[in-house]
Design a protein around this ligand. Structure first.
Ligand code: NAD
Length: 449
């Protein structure tokens, strides 16, 4: 597939990706961008591959390799003991050609501006691939919420929100939960934004509680979408769910639900992990019992009827058929990919596989279902939530889940068909389809001025 929309343009004709209409600051502390390795380098390498397939020029690459708009803010926090600490937060809008920015808000001690930039770029591709009318955005605050009281987390959330109010809103940029955030955080954001406007604006965040304009089916949407594509991929590989052993890395909002839906479909979930460690049972874990256990213990470790693995990453190398990385990025890389046995890897997390690992999996004939397809269920139902909130008209859970399944299956078949026709990986197929959609929208709008 090629497009000549940019034919005859030189890179200098193209709009600067850095048109920043609001105050944007350098990262406090002068953080050096890590451009050669890490998520941003990987996201740019994937973009570069798609640009080559689409036969687009360097100007389009430059336009899409850099965020459209970004904001870095300082967040002074009064701790419960009276001490004051200053945290750093970011909001990055990678591309808004197809609609408002959309993407999660991450609370983690590992947040960096480059990570947020990469995650925002992946959101642009994801929204385009599943045809929701959004661009890509992402936010992050660099702190570990588990080490702060709930009141402190609320103060961080409200101050961060008030700092980024100039660039968010239901028609500008709509945050959602990600690592370390949840529906309560989305409610605080919505309330802070609404207070600044003088009226309630339900559409400013998604992933909110049901009592505040949340959607039925949103908490489980990402997991359900992961399970849909995992089962579709197993069927493509002519493997029965009941003859499949799976390992799931991460037992949070995405991993927990994915494990649950696969278990319900008959898949034997033999291992799961979290940040504290990994557990294993060759006969299969009872996922509902494990969920109940983790709700009390806060970790998968010590679950009855399982053994703790010495190393949490040992889960990645088990003799399983299906591996679902659903934790953080960069866990499958050039140094460990050849130790992975799973013939099918379905990316619940964003960016878990580096380009070097992708190469190894491809050479070994292992199928990778990429993040921008596999975990798109979350943004699909976020879109449904936003539509419902804007119309003040609510759908049933069955409506939400049927529409989710339909979109996930459509995207899966589209990507599979492109990959088969052009003999490329599913990741390249998905990225090419998405980049083509975004580039067409961007260049059809025209470059201003
Ligand atoms: P979460 O905070 O709810 O859960 C993260 C889980 O990963 C926790 O169980 C944590 O203990 C575990 N973890 C962290 N580091 C780990 C490691 N090194 N090894 C094993 N486990 C580890 O976060 P989440 O919302 O489930 O997000 C997980 C991933 O899915 C992220 O990459 C996120 O960007 C992506 N994602 C989330 C959504 C969503 O709707 N929440 C949507 C799309 C993609």
């Amino acid at each position: 597939m090629t497009t000549d929309l940019n034919a005859g343009r030189s890179p200098l004709d193209l709009e600067s990706p850095h048109s920043i209409p609001v105050t944007a600051t350098a990262t406090p502390g002068g953080e050096a961008p890590d451009v050669d390795t890490g998520p941003l380098a990987y996201a740019r390498a994937q973009l570069s591959d798609a640009i080559a397939v689409l036969d687009l020029d360097q100007g389009v690459y430059s336009m899409l390799a850099n965020p459209r708009r970004e904001m870095t803010v300082s967040i002074p926090l009064r701790r419960d003991n009276g001490d004051v600490e200053v945290l750093t937060g970011h909001r990055v809008q990678h591309n808004v050609s197809r609609g408002p920015g959309k993407g999660g808000l991450r609370y983690s001690k590992d947040v960096t501006l480059d990570e947020v930039r990469a995650l925002a770029m992946w959101m642009t591709w994801k929204c385009a691939l599943v045809d929701v009318p959004y661009g890509g955005a992402k936010g992050g605050v660099r702190f570990d919420p588990k080490r702060y009281s709930r009141e402190e987390v609320q103060r961080v959330t409200r101050r961060y929100t008030s700092e980024i109010i100039p660039i968010i809103g239901p028609t500008q940029d709509i945050p959602a939960p990600d690592i370390g955030t949840d529906e309560q955080v989305m409610a605080w954001m919505m309330d802070t934004y609404s207070a600044s406007q003088g009226y309630t604006v339900l559409g400013v965040t998604t992933g909110k509680p049901l009592a505040l304009g949340g959607s039925l089916g949103r908490p489980t949407a990402t997991s359900l979408g992961v399970a849909h594509v995992a089962l579709a991929a197993l069927s493509h590989l002519r493997r029965r769910p009941t003859a499949t052993a799976a390992a799931v890395q991460g037992f949070g909002k995405v991993g927990r639900g994915a494990a649950r839906y696969l278990w319900e479909a008959g898949v034997k979930v033999v291992a799961v992990s979290d940040e504290y460690g990994a557990i294993f049972n060759a006969g299969g874990l009872s996922v509902p019992d494990l969920e109940a256990y983790v709700a009390i213990s806060g970790t998968v470790l010590g679950f009855d009827d399982s053994e703790d693995l010495n190393d949490r990453d040992a889960l990645l190398y088990l003799e399983v058929d299906l591996l679902i990385p659903a934790a953080v990025e960069g866990v499958l890389h050039g140094e460990n990919a050849d130790r992975v046995h799973a013939s099918l890897i379905v990316e619940g997390a964003n960016g878990p596989t580096t380009p070097a690992a992708d190469e190894i999996f491809r050479a070994n004939g292992q199928l990778v279902v990429p993040d921008i397809l596999a975990n798109a269920g979350g943004v699909i139902v976020s879109y449904f939530e936003w539509v419902q909130a804007n119309q003040a008209y609510w759908w049933s859970q069955t409506d939400v889940e049927n529409r989710l399944r339909e979109r996930m299956e459509r995207a899966w078949h589209r990507v599979l068909e492109y990959a088969a026709t052009h003999r490329v990986s599913l990741r390249l197929a998905a990225t090419v389809l998405a980049v083509d959609t975004v580039t067409t929208a961007h260049l059809t709008r025209g470059l201003y001025p």
